[in-house]
Design a protein around this ligand. Structure first.
Ligand code: KG4
Ligand code: ZN
Length: 354
């Protein structure tokens, strides 16, 4: 029923010791971090612009790029300082090349190029989605028992504000996209539904908080399963919430915000978990990986972690949303496999992972 796996596996290589400085500015977080040998976190600095964008109910691109310009130099400086390192202790600069807001990406890219030129370091452009995947294996540098390295093939569910997709990862840096959302990304659905029920931006954390006091079975919202494909669709669910809200309002009833939030969250979690596990079975994955901003959701984490069929890798909560440690981590593997990008590297605002 499903076509055969046909990807070009990477050969196993001896991974070199290296420290990578990562820079991320694809959306509304200005971030810099240092990662050693692809997984050990030496420093991680994130300047969030959420407070600035909340007044607009979402990210205002022009405002985001201006804010990146204001903060990026200090953020990079702080990342090096917290790692107790100078640029001469760094082996390469990894930077988010895309996908993301063009004006925001350019700020990080130019910062990375400036550092690469002035310090004579290699420049490595990294896909932001790949960064989310690599965030799953990062551990604090002083952790006595680091979590195990990835086992391939693995099934990766990537759920963020801009993307929801299932990828089969067959070795380091090799992906096969199985499917993705046909309309809203999972995070986008959280953000839109939060607005519908009167909760603040970003919607994911607001819905999670409201859902704590709600009944997930209060409303039986639709689960769009799109059987026979690995795609997702959240627009029907969003419309169902909208219809329910309108109906309650037309009857002058107060909105049961907690119940609406809990029922919506339960519908999203059920579809994401059942589809991912199904794909993992079909492709005989050795493990499942969940990453991206929505992987911070406790209901989603609990659902994945409570099943015993597959080992699950999920980033620490502070690494689920955008950060530069994940860019440095993915950048390390590109560095190890020999990627060196030219200094005229351009940003790719719509860059797909595979
Ligand atoms: O990965 P991310 O920081 O940015 C993108 O690359 O898009 O993801 C941001 C998204 C937002 O839509 C936000 O509402 C969602 O992740 N999010 C959550 C939670 N925390 C962030 N969604 C559900 N539950 C959460 N706890
Ligand atoms: Zn992201």
């Amino acid at each position: 029923m499903w076509d055969k796996i046909n990807t070009m596996d990477r050969p196993l290589i001896d991974l070199p010791p290296a420290r990578i400085l990562g820079i991320e500015s694809s959306c509304d977080e200005t971030a810099a971090a240092v990662i050693e040998n692809g997984r050990a976190l030496l420093s991680n600095v994130v300047a969030s612009q959420i407070d600035i964008h909340t007044q607009y109910g979402g990210v205002f691109p022009e405002v985001a790029s201006r804010q990146h310009i204001r903060t990026i130099y200090a953020i990079v400086d702080e990342a090096l300082q917290r790692a107790h390192l100078g640029l001469n202790d760094i082996d390469a600069i990894a930077v988010t090349r895309g996908p993301g807001l063009p004006g925001s990406l350019v700020i990080g890219m130019n910062m990375a190029k400036g550092l690469a030129v002035s310090s004579n370091l290699p420049l490595i452009g990294v896909n932001h989605l790949e960064g989310h995947i690599y965030s799953s294996w990062i551990y604090q540098n002083d952790t006595p028992n680091p979590p195990p390295p990835p086992q391939f093939p693995l099934l990766a569910l990537l759920v963020s504000g801009g993307h929801s997709e299932l990828n089969l990862m067959t070795s380091h840096l090799e992906y096969r996209r199985l499917g993705g959302t046909l309309d809203d990304a999972a995070g986008e659905a959280f953000d839109k539904v939060a607005r519908l029920i009167g909760l603040s931006y970003p919607g994911g954390p607001s819905i999670q908080k409201a859902a704590r006091d709600g009944n997930p079975e209060a409303f039986n919202f639709p689960r769009s399963r799109l059987e026979g494909t690995w795609n997702f669709s959240f627009s029907g669910l969003k419309t169902a919430v909208l219809r329910t809200v309108r109906e309650l309002e037309s009857r002058n009833q107060p909105l049961p915000v907690a119940d609406l939030a809990a029922s919506f969250q339960a519908a999203v979690v059920e579809v994401l978990v059942s589809k991912t596990l199904h794909a993992a079975r079909i492709y005989q994955a050795k493990e499942v990986l969940v990453a991206g901003g929505v992987s911070a959701n406790t209901a989603l984490r609990d659902a994945f972690l409570s099943q015993k069929e597959f080992p699950v890798q999920i980033p620490s909560i502070f690494l689920c949303t955008d950060n530069a440690a994940m860019i440095a981590a993915a950048g390390y593997y590109h560095y190890a496999y020999g990627q060196r990008d030219p200094l005229n590297l351009d940003v790719l605002p719509t860059w797909a992972l595979s």
